[in-house]
Write a protein that binds this ligand. Structure first.
Ligand SMILES: Cc1ncc(COP(=O)(O)O)c(C=O)c1O
Length: 403
């Protein structure tokens, strides 16, 4: 396996080590509270499921579908952008439906990357943001994952020092894994920078609807001129609790959208038509189910921050996304995020994602997903409190014995 050019660029998943330990603990009878993956646990709203069931009865929908998405679905996505962001998109030239946004992102990387092309990727990042480009033969240069001045300093340095000049900047706000958010002023500055230096921007807006304050996350395409250099990826996975359906979109710059559509036309025939029809129903429907989902995640966030805080773990409250980005408590910092995550499984029956799995700058943190219900989150907090107390008395014992 290690001998293949592509697989050599894909190191073993760090999360696999945690997953193995989790499976072992479960096999031994432990009730592990799993906040490790970003896998939404809520059911897809009924009207969307009903539409799928109705559509699948029609044998005409059983044929190959349209690789870039059926027209009604692309129109529905354009409608969403207009309603939600005030952004007008041409459904024929500026919208492609993808098999989840992850597939769209990976194939966009395939479409635009020549061997050795430099891409500016946040570190820590959602893994496909880095590995999509590595698989496509690109080279990565890390940029900060928070939208502050350091990010612009890193971008300025990159255009001076990268050889060849970078082809693209990857952005992801609300961010996985850090839950950082960006405002429209930030995107204005990015668009000005990218247009000046003729660099594309790929923005991942998977958490467009999962936010807890009064201001919804903006789209980079709201900035005038953004269409000249930017595409944006969105997903139905979190917005409508449809992760298994594999439905997402790329929208924006026509040249990039055409490139993605071309690659996809060689690779797939599009999602199963009933899924596309149901996805259009989701996007054209009322916002009520989105609001309910947002409220559920918000309550879970509040319970997590409160109960973990009382257990002795102070975690900044995320403003958006499905995650809390939690600094490892001081007494465990020396272990590193992987060992700390393993200990949480063994001693607290709680699974989280080690920060190091998202890149070297993710060390010192773990990512906690809001994918268990409030009662289970409280149960996790009890396990953690006990683990912290036991660890505290153990270290006192150790220091008493001079060890
Ligand atoms: C930032 C980000 N982008 C994309 C995805 C994948 O979404 P999809 O299910 O649409 O492929 C995720 C899923 O966790 C994510 O966190």
């Amino acid at each position: 396996m290690d001998d293949f050019h592509k697989t050599r660029r894909l190191p073993p998943y760090v999360f696999e080590q945690v997953n193995r330990l989790k499976a072992k603990a479960r096999a031994a009878g432990a009730d592990i509270i799993d906040m490790g993956m970003g896998n939404p646990d809520l059911p897809t709203p009924k009207h969307i499921v009903d539409k799928l069931v109705e559509t699948v009865q029609n044998p005409r929908t059983h044929r190959y579908s349209a690789s870039k998405g059926i027209p009604g679905l692309r129109k529905a996505q354009a409608g969403y952008y207009e309603r939600r962001f005030g952004v007008k998109l041409n459904p024929d030239t500026q919208v492609v439906a993808t098999l989840g946004s992850k597939e769209g992102f990976a194939n966009m990387a395939q479409a635009i990357t020549a061997p050795g092309d430099v891409v500016l990727v946040p570190n820590p990042s959602y893994p496909i943001h880095a590995f999509g480009f590595l698989m496509a033969g690109g080279s990565l240069r890390s940029i900060p994952a928070t939208p502050g001045p350091e990010l612009f300093e890193a971008l300025e340095r990159a255009v001076v020092h990268s050889i060849p000049k970078p082809i693209a900047i990857i952005l992801c706000f609300p961010a996985n894994p850090t839950a950082s958010v960006a405002d429209l002023d930030f995107y204005r500055d990015v668009v000005a920078f990218a247009r000046k230096h003729e660099i594309y921007v790929l923005s991942d807006l998977a958490y467009s609807e999962i936010y807890f304050g009064d201001v919804p996350p903006p789209s980079i395409l709201q900035v005038e001129g953004a269409e000249d250099i930017a595409v944006e990826f969105t997903s139905l996975s979190k917005t409508f609790s449809m992760p298994g359906w594999r439905m997402g979109f790329a929208v924006g710059n026509e040249r990039l959208i055409a490139a993605l559509a071309r690659v996809k036309s060689y690779l797939d025939y599009g999602a199963f038509t009933p899924i596309q029809v149901a996805a259009a129903t989701a996007l054209n429907g009322s916002d009520d189910c989105i609001r309910e989902t947002r409220e559920i995640y918000k309550k879970r966030r509040d319970v997590l921050i409160d109960s973990f805080g009382r257990a002795g773990w102070d975690i900044p409250a995320p403003e958006a996304s499905m995650f809390a980005w939690a600094p490892i408590p001081d007494q465990f910092k020396h272990l590193g995020s992987l060992e700390f995550s393993k200990l949480l499984i063994e001693k607290a029956d709680v699974a989280v994602a080690p920060g190091i799995g998202f890149g070297e700058h993710g060390e010192g943190f773990v990512r906690i997903g809001l994918v268990e219900n409030e009662q289970r989150i409280r149960q996790a907090a009890r396990g953690i409190r006990k683990f912290f107390e036991d660890a505290g008395s153990n270290s006192k014992e150790l220091s008493k014995s001079g060890a």
